[in-house]
Design a protein around this ligand. Structure first.
Ligand code: ADP
Ligand code: MG
Length: 187
């Protein structure tokens, strides 16, 4: 059984994957740890070279069982029987990310990516199996791990219906102060 758990930062991948790995007795591979252990990133922000990361994960082809978790998993195409995209309401995500020292721009980029279903769309493009979205906003980590285990057992084709588009205007706040005639927006 090969399971991919992806989603924006703060959606609960690490927390839920640890529970799921114990529950299903599957080896857990954290992309973040793999990147750190193999010096696959550069600079203060730890920029990851995706082709290099892909190459370094080729060993997965030899494995028959694992859970691999990380937001970069939606940019990859590792062997997968199931792909789960964890989601969180942008207001909940804002709370969860407030504990990380993200600057305002990085926070906004991450919330925007969540509102625009970035990880879901990337996963749809990357994998041959359809990704299943799980909204973690008002569930406990245990309930999320159970929902994933049950989706696998019952071979579910759908979990939650996620639409955070209502949050866009809240994120944009008061809106731009100027808009140029060609369509450029500045604040
Ligand atoms: P990620 O690996 O996606 O960046 P983490 O698991 O590191 O996310 O962090 C998620 C944070 O949100 C943790 O502090 C966790 O306790 C909290 N949290 C609250 N509800 C949930 C939930 N249903 N599932 C997972 N994490 C949750
Ligand atoms: Mg994590």
């Amino acid at each position: 059984m090969k399971i991919v758990i992806t989603g924006s930062p703060g959606t609960g991948k690490t927390t839920i994957s640890k529970l799921l790995s114990k529950q299903l007795k599957l080896e857990l591979i954290s992309i973040k740890e793999h990147v750190e252990q193999n010096n696959l990133c550069e600079g203060e922000e730890c920029e990851v070279d995706i082709p290099k990361l892909k190459k370094s994960l080729e060993f997965l082809e030899e494995k028959s069982d694992y859970i691999i978790e990380g937001h970069l998993a939606c940019e990859l195409e590792v062997p997968a029987d199931f792909v789960f995209v964890l989601r969180a309401d942008p207001e909940v995500l804002r709370e969860r990310l407030s504990e990380r020292n993200y600057n305002a721009e990085k926070l906004r980029e991450n919330l925007m990516a969540e509102i625009l279903d970035y990880c879901t769309q990337r996963s749809q493009a990357s994998y041959s199996v359809s990704p299943l979205e799980l909204d973690t906003s008002s569930k406990t980590p245990k309930e999320c791990a159970d929902a994933i285990a049950s989706a696998i057992k019952l071979n579910k084709k759908k979990l939650d219906d996620v639409d955070y588009s209502d949050s866009l205007s809240r994120l944009l706040g008061a809106g731009p102060s100027t808009i140029d005639i060609h369509g450029g927006i500045s604040e």
